[in-house]
Design a protein around this ligand. Structure first.
Ligand code: COA
Length: 178
């Protein structure tokens, strides 16, 4: 898969190819482009609901509330393939200008093609550009696929491996950076 961080810019979409050579793009969520409805539809069709850490919520009402809070409070990226929203990644600030939390969902029909990894790499680079020192996340210990993706992009497990575990990646420029 082609991923070119040097061509990465906050403003423009990034065009990539999945493991089968099909193109998809990653760009920031833009309300004014009408992104809300296709994103909501991705989560309507997302199965199984509540698969990981109770997300995405099962009831339409809770799911909409959850999604709107992510859109209001975070930096949101979309993966778009075949003119559909197929993936959604979010950075939520925990500590102003220092630490943010990450979460990512790829629609089940589009998983295992490299989209989750690409979103995670773009988010890592974006967080670095935004000046964050660290991205933090929690993941269920049995979510081996997500853990594999996070480790591939440079996240490390920290703390005890219980029902949920914590992972972090330190970014360049931060005190904790490599
Ligand atoms: C986790 C998730 C975002 C990954 O997205 P994706 O597009 O399927 O990921 P990719 O295709 O980029 O990579 C999947 C990797 O996991 C590997 N994988 C697949 N099943 C696996 C398993 N059971 N155990 C370990 N690795 C597995 C694949 O081989 C691939 O690795 P490789 O590229 O090194 O071969 C997606 O599966 C998802 O949305 N899951 C449900 C929601 C979720 O769990 N979100 C994360 C927690 S908030």
């Amino acid at each position: 898969m082609t991923f070119c961080p040097s061509s990465y810019t906050l403003r423009g979409p990034i065009i990539l190819k999945d493991k089968f050579g099909s193109p998809f793009l990653i760009r920031l969520y833009q309300k004014e482009k009408g992104d809300y409805v296709p994103l909501k539809e991705m989560y309507q069709g997302f199965e199984p609901k509540e698969a990981t850490q109770g997300l995405p919520p099962r009831s339409d009402c809770s799911r909409e509330r959850w999604l709107k809070s992510l859109l209001r409070g975070g930096t949101n990226l979309l993966a778009i393939m075949e003119e559909k929203v197929v993936g959604h990644a979010v950075l939520l600030e925990i500590e102003p200008c220092r630490r943010c939390e990450y979460l990512v969902f790829v629609h089940q029909d589009y998983q295992n093609r490299g989209i989750g990894t690409a979103l995670t790499r773009v988010v890592r680079d974006l967080a670095e550009e935004m000046g964050y020192c660290q991205i933090w996340l929690t993941v269920e210990a049995i979510n081996f696929k997500a853990i594999h993706v996070y480790e591939k992009v440079g996240f490390c497990l920290v703390g005890p491996r219980e029902v949920e575990c914590e992972m972090v990646i330190n970014l360049k420029g931060g005190d904790e950076g490599p």
